[in-house]
Design a protein around this ligand. Structure first.
Ligand SMILES: Cc1cn([C@H]2C[C@H](O)[C@@H](COP(=O)(O)OP(=O)(O)O[C@H]3O[C@@H](C)C(=O)[C@@H](O)[C@H]3O)O2)c(=O)[nH]c1=O
Length: 184
């Protein structure tokens, strides 16, 4: 398991080992003990999500769940390729409003740890892309929120993405009343 820091403290890239042979490869996509042995103690996960996007340039985000239902997410790409983005939305954080983006693909096997208090979104790079992510809290539709994808200057690499109605109508980051506080 390779663990790398990103430009945004708290957001991490995890790359599990792949054991290749004549059939293909095998990988432990999640192993709590291996992460603990590496000094990384993530919160418990209670829900796994899996979504499929048919078209390249499908953008889902930027999403969050407000406390007490805030979610940390461990994200990976099951098929295809995507650009995954985390935004620090914790009031009082030295990095408030800053974002980091990482290419996740079936090929590179990378995973992105997006802690609670961060907005999350992604855009698909190729057709027929699957994303799979573990969440530290359950879906709570009443706490669900979105920030407009193009309000933070993120370079998504796409001009006119495929969006849900909810995401197309989301408020910009300037109008976003963040429910998250930096807790150190
Ligand atoms: C997120 C979610 C959605 N749903 C339902 C609600 C709705 O009818 C349908 C589609 O929901 P959405 O349009 O919100 O799906 P989507 O736009 O894929 O939302 C997801 O985007 C990424 C970026 C995230 O980080 C996730 O937390 C989540 O917000 O699925 C659940 O039943 N459970 C869930 O956990």
């Amino acid at each position: 398991m390779k663990i790398e820091e990103t430009a945004l403290p708290g957001v991490l890239i995890l790359t599990p080992r792949r054991f290749g042979d004549a059939r293909g490869w095998f990988s432990e996509s999640w192993n709590r003990r291996a992460l603990q042995d590496a000094g990384l103690h993530l919160p418990d996960f209670v829900q796994d999500n899996h979504s499929f996007s048919a078209a390249a340039g499908t953008l889902r985000g930027l999403h969050y769940q407000a406390p007490p239902h805030a979610q940390g997410k461990l994200v990976r790409c099951g098929r295809g390729a995507l650009y995954d983005v985390a935004v620090d939305a914790r009031r009082g954080s030295a990095h408030y409003g800053r974002w980091v983006g990482v290419e996740l693909s079936f090929e590179n096997g990378r995973q992105l740890w997006v802690p609670p208090g961060f907005l999350h979104g992604f855009v698909t790079r190729v057709p027929d892309t699957e994303i799979i992510y573990k969440c530290t809290d359950f879906y709570a539709p009443q706490a669900d929120g979105a920030v407009r994808w193009d309000s933070l200057g993120i370079d998504w690499g796409v001009r006119d993405p495929v969006l849900s109605e909810k995401d197309a109508q989301a408020p910009g980051f300037d109008a976003f009343d963040s429910p998250f506080e930096y807790e150190g």
